[in-house]
Every structure is written in structure tokens, then in C-alpha cells.
Design a protein around this ligand. Structure first.
Ligand code: ADP
Ligand code: MG
Length: 597
């Protein structure tokens, strides 16, 4: 018999463990969600493997998750028939190799505002949530490439790993036993468990069974005939043929009895929601699915669910999240695609970040293709021409979803606040859809408090006005105070306020909209529609008159400026420095300097 090896947890994992076992978080129940989701991930992996390896499932043909409470011993056992873990997997995945999310999670927990232990799964350390309710955990696992091994830990003294002396009893998969803490004994109760499992397993695509004890009313045969009344006999006789009398007499009679029945009860429907018809799916179901799928707790702003037919057959369900992920989350999920790819209901991968263009990376959802060959590797999928067709359709459907959302002003304002920068990135990067995306843009403007569209702006353009005026700056306040604004606004023209760094790129990649050129009012090239020939004359004479001053300024500032002109831009301020038409604006200069640091 092999002796047990003891391993210390990696430093960060150790800190995580201490935090978890000492935690006073109310939301302990999420451990079940995390363990079920790990089981489901493991089942996804073996099912994916089985596509190309027909022997993968021989070790256990069933694909499911089972959950059983042992009240007497205060234990909860969660078993899956997924891919399992080799001895090395157990050591590496459950303790010695820290994931990037570990320290991010620790950081998030230190800050009161972000301390929400239910986020643990998003940081890739969900397994350790077992210690929210258990003071001792054992993981028995059998992987096709190794013997059955046991990992166990009391969280405080590292963990032990040893070969299972009972042999390879699982066939394949993982069995997790939690020895529940005194304050977590509710998790052996049938009612608590079935409530939680129903909540967390609704959208898991494998059957989940709970070992339940229920009282059922069953029909039990009555043996003796003496109690039979004459009336009963008469009733029966009426229905039966004479020849059958003998048989009839042997037929047992039944009575209803209450019986305690213990059995595996199926807890979920496990029919993927996206395969159902949209009209049969309630709003609540769409929300719940989003939360389970994206592992978040916000309500999505919108969704679009469609089936594409024609060039290629696929189903797709996309969501706009209710809020942008917190800054620290963005690089935890760097390699994860926001769109999960399924082939014929089978999860294939979420590791294709380039599946969807960068500007749409905030969208969550999935694509389920009927046309991909099942036995294809992730690498080949990336190069299949069909993938391009799907990508195109998904992008245009996402834009359709945003366009529709505009009808709901409140939600659309939230959308702009959370994801407006991404939409602007779309204008910069997506040439094909630029015009459609531009319609989604919203700007602050001198017109009023409400955000305006470019269409709004154009509809208010004055007679003779050829350009769409905008001004960039470090903040709305500073833009509003800018000396460039006063004259333009006083003359009755509207100016778009552009405080975001990306605004500069938006206008340089989209120099005009519906035939109207964008004009930075702090740059050379500004033209008003109300100058007439008389003023042209007037300018000429003024330029003449002030030539000595202009020459003097130009000479004195020759290292800093290109030219000096008399201008009609200003009303109250005596002078302003403007940028060359093709040069950087003052704001851009500021941005570039900031980047250089
Ligand atoms: P995540 O699921 O985000 O990767 P977890 O902390 O939940 O993070 O799990 C860590 C790793 O442990 C998983 O990535 C997986 O490799 C392994 N693991 C956990 N539970 C199981 C299981 N039931 N079957 C197989 N592997 C598992
Ligand atoms: Mg997990």
C-alpha cells in the first residue's frame, strides 16, 4: 500500500483557505453551485474527448451527477462521472498551482465594496468554496489515464494524496465528500438540498439526481378474501364474463398505503434552453439562464435568441449584461471567449477569444452549430470557413439587439454608460458595420442635458452648416468651459462634447457621417454657414490691419506656432491656440503624452 504524501498549499491558496474557513459570509450555499458546475465541466470534458476517442466512455457509460446526504455522519457526497483527475491533476489543480484569479479574488475580498464570496467561481477558484461549509473534504477521483486517487484536507494542514486502497471503484469520475461544519448542518436536509439543487442545476446539461426519502402512497395487494363484501363481488361480476370467474378470484385486491421510499430523484430537465422555442421561454427563464451561464447576479439588459438557417444551421443566444465587469475581472478572463461554442448540444470550447470582434467582447452568449463535424479539434474549428459565416451573422444580430434596445430610453442610457466605449471601439474597428454602429452612438452636447444621436444633430443643423462640430477634452466640465465653445454656441450652433479618449479615434476613423464632415472646433478648418461675402471682406481688412501684431507674435513664438490669423471663433476671449487640421488636438497631445509615460 502506497503511503500518503502530504503537500502544502501554495502560499496564495493558503491565504485563500484561511479566508474561506474564517469567513462569516452568509452566502455559503454557493458551494453547491460551484461543485455542481465543476462536475458539469468535467462531464463536458469527457463528452468532448469521447467525440474522438470511442473508448473514453467504456470506463463508465453514464454521464451524470449524483448528490447524497448522510445525515447520521453529517456528510454530503457529490459524485460526477466526468473526466476525473489523475494523481498529478489532484495535486496541481487542487492546491499547489495558484491560478491568476487567486490573488485577484483575495484582493476583491479585502475591499468591502467588492467583497462578495459568491463571485468565487468567476475567479477560477470555486472548488475551495467547499470549505465554506466543510471542515474536512475528500476528493476521490478516477481518470482514464491513472489509478483511483484520494485527495483530502482539513484546510489547515495542507492536503494528503494517496492511492485508493479500495481500488478503482468509481470506474471514472470524481466523488467529493464534505464533512459538514456544525453551522452548516442544514445541507443534509432533503428540503434544503432539493431547493438548492433545483436552483443551481436548472441549466446544467446533464442529469442531476438527489438521493431522496419521500412518503408515497402506494397500492398494496390485499391478501385475504373474507373481508370482501358482497357488494364488491357483485360489482366485479357485472364487468366480467362467466368464464373469467376463476381468474377473477385470483386477482389480488389493492389498498392504499403510505410508504417511505428512498430513491434517486431527477432534479433538472436538462434540455438546453437554447434548443427550445423562444415563445415557450419566459422572461424569468432567460434571466435565470443568463445568471447561471455567465455566473453573475445582474439582470441582463437585453437578449436575442435566434436560429439561423441557410448557408449554415445554428442556434444562438446572446445577452447584453446589466453591467460591465469590474476592472480587476477583465484580465482574469482574458483567454475566455464571451461566446461559448457548442456542436449539436455538446460543449466544445470557450477558448476562442477571437471568435467575436474585440468591440463586442462584453456580449455574453453561445452558438450551437449543427454543421460542424463532431470529431473536429478546437484548432481546426478556428479555420473552418463556416465559422466566418457564423461570426458575421452573430455580429449583425448583436447590432440588431443594440438597435432594438434604443426603444427603451432608460435601459439604453444604462447600456451607453456601461458599454458606450465599446460601441465607439466598434466604429473605429469594424469597417463593415461602421454606419450601423454610428447610429448607436450617443453624445453629450450643447443642446441640452439629454444625450443626442448624430441623427438628432443633423436634424438641428442650421441653414448653410456643412460640418458637425465637436470638441474633445479631459472632462465634460472642462469642455463646457472651453473658450472655443462660446462663439460657436452663441452663433446658434450645436457642439458635441467628447470627453472620452476614444472619441479622437472615432472621428479620425469616421471623418464624415451622412455626407457631413466632423470638425473639431479647436482645429483649423472650422467654417460656419453664416459667413457672407461681406464678412470675408471684413476679415481681409482686419488681417491687413493686424498684420504687424501677427508678424510680431509669429516671430516671437516661432518655435511654437505655425501661423497667426484673425478669427471669428471667439467672442469674449482675446485669443486661442488651435491645432493644425491634420495635427493633434490639444487633447490628443495630452493623451499621447499620457500613453508615453
Ligand atoms: P475552475 O472550475 O474555474 O477551473 P475550480 O477551483 O472550481 O476552478 O476547480 C479547479 C480545477 O480543479 C478545475 O479546473 C479542474 O481541473 C479541477 N476539478 C475540480 N473539480 C473537478 C471535478 N469534479 N472533476 C474533474 N476535475 C475537477
Ligand atoms: Mg469551478
Amino acid at each position: 500500500k502506497e503511503t500518503a504524501e502530504t503537500h502544502a498549499f501554495e502560499t496564495e491558496v493558503n491565504r485563500l483557505m484561511k479566508l474561506i474557513i474564517n469567513s462569516i459570509y452568509k452566502n455559503k450555499e454557493i458551494f453547491l453551485r460551484e461543485l455542481i458546475s465543476n462536475g458539469s465541466d468535467a462531464l463536458d470534458k469527457i463528452r468532448f474527448l469521447a467525440l474522438t476517442d470511442d473508448k473514453a466512455l467504456i470506463t463508465n457509460p453514464h454521464l451524470n451527477i449524483t448528490i447524497k446526504a448522510d445525515k447520521e455522519n453529517k456528510k454530503l457526497v457529490i459524485t460526477d462521472t466526468g473526466i476525473g483527475m489523475t494523481k498529478d491533476n489532484l495535486i496541481n489543480n487542487l492546491g499547489t498551482i495558484a491560478k491568476s484569479g487567486t490573488s485577484e479574488f483575495l484582493k476583491a475580498m479585502e475591499d468591502e465594496e467588492t467583497a462578495d464570496s459568491s463571485l468565487i467561481g468567476q475567479f477560477g477558484v470555486g472548488f475551495y468554496s467547499a470549505f465554506l461549509v466543510a471542515d474536512w473534504v475528500s476528493v476521490v477521483s478516477k481518470h482514464n489515464d491513472d489509478d483511483q486517487y484520494i485527495w483530502e484536507s482539513d484546510a489547515e494542514n495542507g492536503f494528503k494524496v494517496y492511492k485508493d486502497p479500495r481500488g478503482n471503484t468509481l470506474g471514472r469520475g470524481t466523488e467529493i465528500t464534505l464533512s459538514l461544519r456544525e453551522d452548516a448542518l442544514e445541507y443534509v436536509e432533503d428540503d434544503t438540498l432539493s431547493g438548492l439543487i433545483t436552483k443551481y442545476s436548472q441549466f446544467i446539461n446533464f442529469p442531476i439526481y438527489l438521493w431522496t426519502t419521500t412518503t408515497e402512497t402506494v397500492d398494496e395487494p390485499i391478501e385475504e378474501e373474507s373481508t370482501e363484501t358482497v357488494e364488491d363481488k357483485k360489482d366485479d361480476d357485472e364487468d366480467d364474463d362467466v368464464e373469467d370467474v376463476e381468474d377473477e378470484e385470483k386477482k389480488p385486491k389493492f389498498k392504499k398505503v403510505e410508504k417511505t421510499v428512498t430513491k434517486w430523484e431527477l432534479m433538472n430537465e436538462n434540455k438546453p434552453i437554447w434548443t427550445r422555442k423562444p415563445k415557450d421561454i419566459t422572461k424569468e427563464e432567460y434571466v435565470e439562464f443568463y445568471q447561471a451561464f455567465a455566473r453573475v447576479s445582474d439582470d441582463p439588459l437585453a437578449h436575442i435568441h435566434f436560429r439561423a438557417e441557410g448557408e449554415t444551421d445554428f442556434r444562438c443566444l446572446l445577452y447584453i449584461p446589466g453591467k460591465a465587469p469590474q476592472e480587476f475581472m477583465t484580465h482574469v478572463n482574458e483567454n475566455v471567449s464571451p461566446i461559448k461554442l457548442y456542436v449539436k448540444r455538446i460543449f466544445i470550447t470557450d477558448e476562442m477569444p477571437e471568435f467575436i470582434p474585440r468591440w463586442l467582447s462584453f456580449v455574453r452568449g453561445l452558438v450551437d452549430s449543427d454543421d460542424f463535424p463532431l470529431n473536429v479539434s478546437r484548432e481546426t474549428i478556428q479555420h473552418l470557413p463556416i465559422l466566418k459565416v457564423i461570426q458575421k451573422k452573430v455580429v449583425s444580430k448583436a447590432i440588431e439587439m443594440f438597435t432594438k434596445l434604443q426603444k427603451n430610453e432608460e435601459k439604453y442610457n444604462t447600456f451607453m454608460k456601461e458599454f458606450g466605449t465599446s460601441i465607439k471601439l466598434g466604429v473605429v474597428e469594424d469597417h463593415t458595420h461602421r454606419n450601423k454602429i454610428a447610429k448607436l452612438l450617443r453624445f453629450h452636447s450643447s443642446h441640452g442635458k439629454k444625450l443626442v444621436t448624430l441623427q438628432d444633430y443633423i436634424s438641428r443643423m442650421r441653414k448653410g452648416q456643412e460640418q458637425i462640430y465637436y470638441l474633445t477634452g479631459p472632462s465634460l466640465e472642462e469642455i463646457k468651459k472651453s473658450p472655443f465653445i462660446e462663439n460657436v454656441v452663441n452663433r446658434g450652433y450645436e457642439v458635441l462634447y467628447c470627453p472620452e479618449p476614444i472619441d479622437e479615434y472615432v472621428f479620425s476613423s469616421m471623418p464624415e457621417y451622412e455626407g457631413k464632415k466632423f470638425q473639431d472646433i479647436a482645429k483649423v478648418g472650422l467654417k460656419f454657414g453664416d459667413e457672407d461675402e461681406e464678412t470675408e471682406e471684413y476679415f481681409k481688412s482686419m488681417n491687413e490691419k493686424f498684420k504687424p501684431l501677427a508678424d510680431y507674435l509669429k516671430e516671437t513664438l516661432k518655435d511654437h506656432i505655425e501661423s497667426v490669423t484673425v478669427s471669428n471663433r471667439l467672442t469674449k476671449s482675446p485669443c486661442a491656440i488651435v491645432a493644425n487640421e491634420y495635427g493633434w488636438s490639444g487633447n490628443m497631445e495630452r493623451l499621447m503624452n499620457a500613453q508615453a509615460i
